[in-house]
Ligand binder design. Structure first.
Ligand code: FE
Length: 354
């Protein structure tokens, strides 16, 4: 059993302990005493080279093998539902607390009780019932044309509902999980009626019908279709870090800000997180894996390509992320995004946000 370990060093020790006691790659020997190699099956909605480096390091350190299967979160969800008790999945990695909530709501996950993980992950960024843990942070904010607006005129989400934003806003569809989670926090803060009024006003201020992904909204600003876009920070950062000159130009011609709800409220933060599946039996190995993602190495590689923010404030920001303005995170617990998800979609529908 793991004692209360509060520090990163503690997490490293946890991994070291597994490396020491798990059976290394010599398991091909015919010795009757040799344990079979441990295998952890990961269902991941991510697809980045830096994740592969991360997985290889975990295998090296622990002697376990990772069987990683990548697909979109909704496809993984449907796959796991179909597989039922026979699912090989031990771990789910998905972006957005609202997405992880769907796995839990479908009964596909189980609590991962761990004092070490609880100590490492701030309370708001892990499920209160231990059904998932955040491992990286992501910010939904506002990309804008700096020739048209100054940051002060977009400093809160309310400003998007103002009449001077008519015809200026680009945003993707309301069924997108990032929008649902943002709306989940708006409902939490303002109540349903005000949140619906906000959505209705934003729909009135849209430059076009919701379409495309977040990157498309930023490109639309550069193309002059709109001057404000609701997008996650890393899409804007990636355009700036792109090898394409056209992408770099899009990033250079747009700015990004992180609005608050009201002044001093802090800003909407989301996570990429990890959940242990209902069918996982090697709880200890799952815990080692999540702990590994929360080491300095783990944090570096899980954010290097995605341009997310490390969950641990001690890890340096990935290249390009230093272009972001500073912000204070809201203290809303991310369980709220899942709990309000159905209401968020209902209010979006009432507001006519397609
Ligand atoms: Fe994304």
């Amino acid at each position: 059993m793991i004692n209360k370990i509060k520090t990163l060093t503690g997490l490293s020790l946890l991994i070291g302990a597994v490396a020491a006691c798990s059976n290394p790659t010599a398991s091909t020997s015919d010795e009757a005493t040799a344990d079979p190699q441990k295998v952890l099956t990961i269902y991941s909605s991510r697809h980045y080279d830096s994740d592969k480096a991360l997985y290889a390091m975990f295998e090296e350190e622990t002697g376990a093998r990772l069987d990683v299967r990548e697909a979109g979160a909704s496809q993984l969800l449907e796959t796991m539902k179909a597989e039922g008790d026979q699912s090989p999945a031990d771990v789910v990695i998905a972006a957005d607390a609202g997405s992880l909530w769907r796995f839990k709501d479908a009964g596909l996950t189980q609590p991962l009780e761990s004092e070490a993980l609880e100590a490492a992950v701030p309370e708001s960024y892990r499920a209160a019932d231990s059904q998932w843990y955040g491992v990286a942070r992501r910010i939904r904010g506002i990309a804008y044309d700096p020739n048209r607006w100054d940051a002060a005129s977009l400093s809160t989400w309310d400003t998007l509902a103002q009449a001077d934003k008519a015809g200026e806003i680009c945003v993707r569809s309301s069924s997108n999980i990032y929008n649902l989670s943002l709306m989940g926090e708006l409902i939490h803060r303002y109540g349903e009626e005000s949140a619906q009024n906000w959505a209705t006003a934003v729909v009135e201020n849209m430059a076009r019908n919701p379409q495309g992904g977040d990157t498309d909204q930023i490109r639309a600003i550069a193309a002059g279709e709109c001057s404000i876009a609701i997008v996650n920070h890393y899409y804007w950062v990636r355009l700036g870090a792109s090898e394409s000159e056209a992408d770099q130009q899009v990033a250079a011609n747009t700015s990004f800000l992180i609005p608050e709800f009201v002044e001093g409220s802090g800003s909407h933060v989301n996570i990429t997180g990890v959940a242990m599946t209902k069918t996982a039996d090697d709880t200890e190995l799952v815990e080692q894996f999540v702990a590994f993602l929360l080491t300095e190495n783990g944090q570096f590689y899980i954010t290097r390509d995605t341009k997310e923010l490390p969950l641990l404030s001690t890890t340096p920001l990935p290249e390009g992320v230093d272009r972001l303005p500073t912000f204070a995170p809201s203290d809303t617990h991310l369980d709220v995004y899942g709990e309000n998800q159905a209401d968020a979609q209902r209010l979006f529908d009432l507001a006519g946000w397609n």
